[in-house]
Write a protein that binds this ligand. Structure first.
Ligand SMILES: NC(=O)c1ccc[n+]([C@@H]2O[C@H](COP(=O)([O-])OP(=O)(O)OC[C@H]3O[C@@H](n4cnc5c(N)ncnc54)[C@H](O)[C@@H]3O)[C@@H](O)[C@H]2O)c1
Length: 281
């Protein structure tokens, strides 16, 4: 039984019949995107290390689940092969898996922790682009590769040094790979979310503010008040999923090497001087 069979047949679906592989999609932004992609007619492979959550979500959207630790190249290669074995092609690769931390001063960084983070946040994405592009080049039908960067790649002071370094490197990598892969009709873009109250962000806020009682709604409220030009409006997982849907679909067919920032304008303007716009002088 395929719960999304009807969705896939409707001509208005933006990803009708496309095959998508999303890493880190058992929950959070990846999970919300998996649901939205399936709703829009895609066949979705969920690749994660959270097997129970991932399998459950895959079943609920008529997708498939595969255990995949993105820091291991062979796991990512297997996930791409799994998608090819299932539907014979790969149209969309969303390299979304990522972790936060380690916090602390640059002068006392534990380099093992830094390497561990880079192995997921940066090498995981390199593995994803490498194996997805192989499949897409062989498929001769182009493709859309999306990579999760972050507002922290644009503006300092939003995350740890190692995390920021990983997310900034992704921006460069997306540009070089877009340059190489454009001749095959393969687009490579980034999305940079900001302040979305996922498990990752919630746990970071709890640690930073020393408040274990903090809930997702509290974080969204704080972001809406202090981290968004759209005062009072924080970001949601669905906001990011919709941006990913746009980049995955043919509607963004002439967009490549782009970084789509989903931050309520936060990283584009300093609002400390906003009285300028209300004073008469
Ligand atoms: N939440 C935000 O505000 C925000 C902001 C900027 C960027 N991001 C990025 O968005 C992406 C999704 O994060 P999220 O906020 O939904 O957090 P999340 O913790 O809810 O989701 C991360 C997912 O990645 C998976 N994952 C972790 N390590 C993995 C590995 N080695 N292999 C495969 N999967 C692994 C987790 O199991 C989880 O399902 C991350 O890359 C994150 O850096 C998030």
């Amino acid at each position: 039984m395929d719960p999304c069979a009807e969705d896939r047949q409707s001509p208005s679906k933006r990803l009708e019949g496309k095959v998508a592989l999303i890493t880190g999609s058992a929950r959070g932004i990846g999970g919300a995107t998996a649901k939205l992609f399936a709703k829009n007619g895609a066949y979705v492979v969920i690749a994660d290390i959270l097997d129970e959550l991932g399998s459950k979500l895959a079943d609920s959207i008529g997708g498939r689940y595969i255990h995949c630790d993105v820091s291991k190249e062979e796991d990512v290669e297997s996930a791409v092969e799994f998608a090819l074995a299932w539907k014979g092609k790969l149209d969309i690769m969303f390299n979304n898996a990522g972790v936060s931390g380690p916090g602390g001063s640059i002068s006392s960084l534990n380099m093992e922790d830094v390497r561990a983070l880079l192995s997921i946040n940066l090498f995981g994405i390199i593995h994803g682009i490498k194996h997805a592009s192989r499949a897409m080049i062989a498929g001769k039908n182009g493709g859309s590769i999306i990579c999760s960067s972050s507002s922290a790649a644009i503006m300092g002071g939003l995350a740890s040094h190692a995390y920021t370094a990983s997310k900034n490197a992704i921006l460069g990598l997306a540009k070089t790979t877009a340059c190489e892969l454009g001749v095959y009709g393969i687009r490579v873009n980034c999305i940079s979310p900001h302040g979305v109250a996922s498990e990752m962000l919630l746990s970071a806020y709890r640690t930073c503010l020393g408040r274990d009682d903090l809930q997702a709604e509290d974080v969204t409220k704080i972001v809406g008040e202090r981290g968004s030009l759209l005062r009072g409006r924080g970001g949601s997982m669905e906001d990011v999923a919709k941006a990913a849907l746009f980049l995955a679909s043919d509607e963004s067919g002439f967009i490549t090497a782009h970084n789509l920032v989903i931050d309520g304008g936060y990283t584009s303007a300093c609002s400390h001087m906003s009285p300028i716009y209300t004073s008469k002088v």
